[in-house]
Design a protein around this ligand. Structure first.
Ligand SMILES: [Zn+2]
Length: 215
């Protein structure tokens, strides 16, 4: 696994770390604060264990209080088991995804609501419901930095999430991508691959146009 300090990309992104893994696994974004918030948790494979990475980042094992999941796919939620062994953790996920979290203690699951806001580390993000890749996929958007955590809905360079998985829907994905073209994004932190910081609005537009041409 590799740890990337996002401040090295952009000075406004303080206290945010990207942990990348091996194989089919999501990016894990670590937000520091009084307690740690983690966005997506990877696939849970031994080589992608998160806690050793946290120890590396903070030079001790910090307290993790919540995990926000952009959607329910295994490569984003597999790491929850490791975290739940060590922490009493709130798991925040959009309502439509809850039925898919079968092996997780329902007491720990807290629904988040599109249109609302959510504290992530030192930041306050808007929750944007972006169905299509999955019914309850969300993107998180922070107005001051214009930073978008885009899950598997949109990726850099005109890519976008697959809509042909079970419960995916291409028409919904198109609507979601269109919606993302309507906000001003300066930085994209995707669910897979490296973040991007240049001409992000144009990249999202390209994703929308390309997805449209798939019909
Ligand atoms: Zn996915």
């Amino acid at each position: 696994m590799t740890i990337i300090t996002l401040e090295s990309y952009h000075t406004t992104l303080k206290g945010i770390y990207l942990v990348t893994g091996q194989g089919v696994t999501s990016n894990v974004y670590v937000f520091s604060g009084e307690t740690i918030t983690i966005v997506d948790s990877g696939n849970g494979a031994v080589e992608n264990r998160i806690i050793p990475q946290l120890k590396e980042i903070f030079s001790k094992i910090p307290n993790v209080s919540k995990t926000i999941l952009t959607h329910f796919h295994f490569d984003h939620i597999g790491g929850l088991a490791e975290l739940m062994e060590s922490y009493v953790l709130d798991i925040l996920i959009q309502r439509e995804e809850v039925p898919f979290l079968r092996d997780i203690n329902p007491m720990r699951i807290k629904e988040i609501n599109a249109g609302g806001k959510i504290v992530v580390g030192e930041y306050l993000f808007d929750i944007i419901h972006t169905p299509g890749h999955s019914p309850g996929s969300v993107c998180l958007y922070e107005k001051n930095t214009k930073c978008l955590i885009s899950g598997d809905t949109v990726f850099p360079n005109g890519s976008f999430g697959r809509s042909d998985f079970p419960f995916g829907n291409h028409e919904d994905l198109l609507q979601s991508l269109k919606r993302l073209t309507e906000i001003d994004v300066k930085m994209m932190l995707p669910g897979h691959g490296l973040p991007t910081f240049s001409a992000v609005n144009q990249q999202i537009k390209l994703s929308f146009m390309t997805a449209k041409s798939y019909f």
